[in-house]
Design a protein around this ligand. Sequence first.
Ligand code: IMP
Ligand code: MG
Length: 195
Amino acid sequence: MAVSLHGSSVSDNIESVLFTEEEIQERVSFLGKEISRDYKGKTPFLINVLKGGVVFLSNLMMNIDIHLSIDFMAISSYGPSSETTGAVKLIKDLEESIEGRDVLVIEDIIDTGLTLNYLISNLKARQPASLKICTLLDKSVRRIVNIPIDYKGFDVPDVFLVGYGLDYDQRYRNLPYIGVLKKEVYLDGEPMIDY
Ligand code: IMP
Ligand code: MG
């Protein structure tokens, strides 16, 4: 059965809500306090990989009450091989040097960990003073490479999630909550997730 998305409401194809807007806000506020406390006296440099983490970054930084700066990277995968190696092509690099700075990578979700693993080695080579990882969601059951997570919002099960920045085929990012997408949406011809 074909699922038409045109004209439908963005919440139509959501099976269930995993985290409500309020639950996310409460957790993000907690993380912001932790980061503010841990980086007191420093000016963390928050790096976000477009596009999934932009909603999280936007909310998180407003819950941090020390000075900070932000920048973005954009990556594209090399095709099927990226699924096993995590090697990606940088299509937008940082505007500033991170040498000697306290870098905090802000992620929407860590799944296999392959993409982030690649990025971490890329960033480490630029010699930041420190490099920490903050992710809103941790889908640890699918992890292939171990990633040290310094700040974590929630553990999540092995289901495909959308909303609060997370997409399926570039859609659903604008849902204010995190939900489980109905299976018929992605079993309908479109290639499976951009894992
Ligand atoms: P990985 O950790 O290298 O496997 O890739 C993480 C990326 O996969 C995330 O930044 C998302 O773009 C995507 N991803 C993984 N799980 C989900 C999900 O449940 N919903 C939406 N995107 C996901
Ligand atoms: Mg994505």
